[in-house]
Write a protein that binds this ligand. Structure first.
Ligand code: FAD
Ligand code: UDP
Length: 385
């Protein structure tokens, strides 16, 4: 009998499993239907021996010291600041849009002071900024919007930016200076030995048992557990009672090239009419030295594994119905990007998992203690599936 069944060995599941086993001394079974730990952050060596991310580029960045300190218990870090170029009008230009982007695209020599005016003269006033289109055109105007955002977003989401919540394109800022970093967070690193190694360390506690290639459907009847952490899609847990929640998927094409380098930065975005959105070259992220180089093309797709919740109001309304079911499900906690239908980065998922753990600590007696008490009174409370 396990005290907990944790479904999903990604950041949400691994964080909770680690805390429950290490802090509370409880016995935890972690299952994942994939044949590996790490969820979407999983990395591995390909046939050429190059460390790649099977599910697309994962760059760790956070402003949370608590999250950084927590993960630092399981990895050492490699300093890395992410830079991205966009392939626009045959040029490779910095994205987020900054002073150099505008000067190089239009052949100008603006200064930061002039750029503010320049944007203001092109921006379209939007009274109520609601959509992903509003966000961009109200800052930089229609031409830059069309060149950098419209095509990319239509490909990535299968929707026009005007149909998506503003939070989506608001992830990418606009800058007046020459800062060409993708993120400005205080902590920006890559795990020195890779993400999978980090997960292996998180899960290597004697109180944790990991079973891979195991789906909840098959495990729920066999495994005995008292409480449940669910990090899969929330609609799946409730057997799609209110219909399917839309998630966006991706197809990854991994390739190894017989050359040392392909592109000047780790990620090049393609907002134009290629079927893929971006190309990632991993050696920039990992610092690996190798005579060949491995890259990944991302092709967005409606079918396939769920990777992105799709932020728009009707989806949020449907999620709220599932959330109400989740709130009413005893002895079960829903955590992570798929289970809480939030477009969260890794650090936000770890933060959410640590907060969930604190709530568990406040509200849920440790099983070890309860068991002793209950055994004494011959009454075993809790879940017996
Ligand atoms: P997941 O990693 O999805 O883990 C959930 C696990 O549950 C999966 O392994 C799944 O197999 C398992 N599961 C689901 N249902 C079942 C079931 N029924 N039975 C058994 N197992 C089940 N974040 C960043 O911070 N920086 C980045 O650069 C970044 N880049 C990204 C790029 C891409 C292409 C994608 C898709 C995401 C990116 N993210 C990035 C987000 C990051 O992947 C997530 O925030 C994080 O991995 C979510 O962790 P999770 O545990 O919630 O979910
Ligand atoms: N985006 C865009 N062009 C770009 C980069 C981003 O249109 O060159 C939009 C697109 O809608 C994307 C969103 O901004 O989905 C968020 O970008 P981010 O790089 O954060 O996406 P993620 O890494 O989560 O896929």
């Amino acid at each position: 009998m396990f005290d907990w069944l944790v479904v999903g060995a990604g950041f949400a599941g691994a964080t909770l499993a680690e805390r429950l086993a290490r802090v509370r001394g409880e016995r935890v079974l972690v299952i994942d239907r994939r044949p590996h730990v790490g969820g979407n952050a999983y990395d591995c060596r390909d046939a050429a021996g190059i460390l790649i991310h099977r599910y697309g580029p994962h760059i760790f960045h956070t402003n949370s010291r608590a999250v950084f300190d927590y993960l630092s218990e399981f990895t050492r870090w490699r300093r890395y600041e992410h830079r991205v170029l966009a392939n626009v009008d045959g040029k490779l230009l910095p994205i987020p849009i900054n002073l150099d982007t505008v000067n190089q695209l239009y052949g100008l020599r603006l200064t930061s002071d002039c750029l503010k005016q320049w944007f203001a003269s092109r921006a379209e006033p939007v009274e109520n900024i609601r959509t992903s289109e509003d966000v961009v055109i109200s800052q930089v105007g229609r031409d830059l919007y069309e060149k950098f955002f419209r095509g990319y977003t239509r490909k990535q989401w299968g929707l026009d930016p005007s149909q998506l919540d503003r939070s989506v394109t608001a992830r990418v800022p606009v800058r007046l200076d020459r800062d060409d970093r993708y993120f400005t967070d205080q902590f920006q690193f890559m795990p020195r030995d890779g993400y999978t190694r980090l997960f292996e360390r998180m899960l290597s506690h004697p109180g944790i048992t990991v079973k891979l290639s195991t789906d909840f459907r098959s495990a729920r009847n066999k495994a005995e557990f008292r409480r449940l952490i669910w990090t899969g899609p929330v609609d799946e847990f409730f057997q799609y009672r209110y219909g399917k929640l839309p998630y966006r998927s991706l197809r990854f094409k991994h390739k190894t090239l017989n050359q040392v380098r392909l592109q000047p930065v780790a990620v090049v975005n393609y907002p134009g009419d290629t079927p893929y959105t971006r190309v990632t070259e991993y050696k920039h992220l990992t610092g690996q030295v190798h005579p060949q180089t491995s890259i990944t093309y991302e092709y967005p797709s409606a079918e396939g594994d769920p990777y992105y919740p799709i932020p728009r109001s009707e989806n949020q309304a449907l999620y709220k119905k599932y959330e109400a079911l989740a709130d009413g499900t005893a002895d079960t906690w829903f955590v992570g990007r798929l289970a809480t239908y939030r477009y969260y980065n890794m650090d936000q998922v770890v933060g959410q998992a640590l907060a969930t753990f604190r709530r568990i600590e406040e509200t849920t007696p440790r099983w070890v203690g309860m068991q002793r008490l209950a055994t004494a009174s011959q009454e075993l409370p809790g879940r017996h599936p």
